[in-house]
Design a protein around this ligand. Structure first.
Ligand SMILES: NC(=O)c1ccc[n+]([C@@H]2O[C@H](COP(=O)([O-])OP(=O)(O)OC[C@H]3O[C@@H](n4cnc5c(N)ncnc54)[C@H](O)[C@@H]3O)[C@@H](O)[C@H]2O)c1
Ligand SMILES: O=C(O)CC[C@@H](O)C(=O)O
Length: 390
């Protein structure tokens, strides 16, 4: 029996994929084998001693202590692309909201309650204050061309915009999906200096935190509009407010409100709704649950942040999986212990990612607790699991 703890509301469509004869799934599980989480902050959480896997039902993993997990041999998954369409649709909404003063106009229209037959006349008289430009023919700069950025860039082209993109780490699959009509920015500053609209789609990390600061606002086109549905901390709050006050920015749309942003008229604050559609919640939950299940039952790794992809067809009668430091002679030490105990290896696979390596070893014989203990004691070994092959 495996136990899975949920830290946020996770769609039932996903959780139902963990059958009740093999899994106990609840927000109240004490010492779980796996955690499925959305945006709950796990950074200061004490990691349960049984924990083997954390699945982020979503894209951003800045709420998960990745380094601490890697040290302990705990795998972290996310669900790439599963909520990208939901975010893209909200970005397109944000584009129009930032341009056409729809939100301000709607609020103003509400002030006409009680004016009775005068409402029509007052609307016509007052509407000019909410005029705003069309997006067609304007330039949008898309920063980060991953699952969301590629969709935003392609759809902005379809809306008649001139699209420039920046992503020095673009993946091959994203490059295949991106329209060849998207202009490749020679630098981030070049994108920022030439765009009427800028949309950010990069992860928050120590390298990207505060990336949008005074220096970037100072090179923007006067009156530019900035859309940030990625993460609040990518943009320095005091600098964005100053850019709005100086008229450098005419609007900032964010999915991450804070007290200061809520008070400013030039900010459109959305309460983190980027992925809040039934479709994306289901997609993320299904992907997260299946990844956890395949890892717990078969040791398969797909879409992990800290582990290398690894998948091996079953052979033999037992499967040993190990997480260890990516240093010489780790496999040598493990296989030596197996050989000393006359255990034949039916098949094996080892892959590495940065400082960590993951191995799947199928064996023909039974494995005593003593052998497992000896393997666990190898220096650099972070996690050992023994699974029964089907
Ligand atoms: N508001 C929401 O609800 C919501 C939903 C989904 C994702 N997000 C946020 O949006 C981010 C992007 O999501 P995604 O699904 O497209 O992720 P993704 O991993 O598919 O794409 C991220 C892209 O950013 C690029 N990148 C990384 N550092 C960069 C840098 N310094 N400059 C330019 N490009 C850089 C990467 O190469 C990658 O192509 C997530 O990390 C998450 O924080 C928010
Ligand atoms: O789970 C959510 O509602 C938000 C998810 C989003 O921020 C993400 O990074 O995928």
């Amino acid at each position: 029996m495996y136990t899975v703890k949920t830290l946020n509301n996770i769609s039932k469509m996903g959780l139902d994929l963990l059958p009740s004869d093999k899994y106990t799934v609840s927000e109240n599980v004490e010492n779980p084998d796996a955690i499925i989480v959305r945006s709950a902050n796990m950074l200061d959480m004490e990691l349960p001693s049984n924990l083997k896997a954390i699945a982020r039902a979503g894209a951003g993993v800045n709420n998960i202590p990745i380094d601490k997990c890697s040290e302990k041999g705990i795998i972290v998954f996310n669900t790439p692309g599963a909520n990208a369409n939901a975010v893209k649709e909200l970005v397109l909404t944000a584009l129009f909201l930032s341009s056409r003063h729809i939100y301000q106009g709607m609020n103003w229209a509400k002030t006409l309650i009680g004016k009775g037959d005068e409402v029509g006349k007052l609307v016509e008289k007052g509407k000019s204050q909410f005029e705003g430009p069309e997006i067609k023919g304007k330039r949008i700069g898309v920063i980060g061309l991953g699952a969301v950025g590629v969709m935003v860039a392609n759809d902005a082209l379809a809306l008649g915009m001139d699209v420039i993109g920046y992503d020095p780490f673009i993946s091959i699959s994203s490059a295949w999906g991106l329209s060849c009509n998207v202009i490749r920015a020679s630098s981030l500053d070049n994108l920022i200096a030439t765009s009427d609209y800028i949309s950010i789609h990069i992860p928050l990390s120590s390298k990207t935190k505060g990336m949008f600061n005074k220096d970037k606002f100072n090179i923007m086109k006067k009156g530019a509009r900035l859309i940030n549905l990625a993460r609040g901390e990518l943009v320095e709050t005091c600098d964005v407010l100053e850019a709005l006050d100086k008229g450098i920015l005419s609007c900032y749309v964010t999915d991450f409100p804070c007290e200061e942003l809520l008070k400013h008229e030039g900010v459109i604050n959305i309460p983190h709704l980027g992925a809040s559609t039934p479709e994306s919640e289901e997609n993320c939950a299904i992907m997260a649950a299946l990844q956890v299940k395949d890892f717990l039952e078969n040791g398969t790794v797909r879409n992990s942040i800290n582990f290398p992809d690894c998948e091996l067809e079953h052979s033999g009668n037992l499967r040993l999986t190990t997480v260890h430091s990516n240093i010489p002679n780790m496999i040598g030490q493990i296989t030596t212990i197996l050989a000393q105990n006359k255990i034949n290896i039916a098949n094996m696979l080892t892959h590495q990612k940065e400082e960590l390596a993951y191995s799947i070893i199928d064996i023909d014989a039974a494995l005593s607790a003593d052998v497992v203990e000896r393997i666990k004691k190898i220096e650099g070994l972070r996690m050992v699991r023994v699974l029964c092959n089907p």
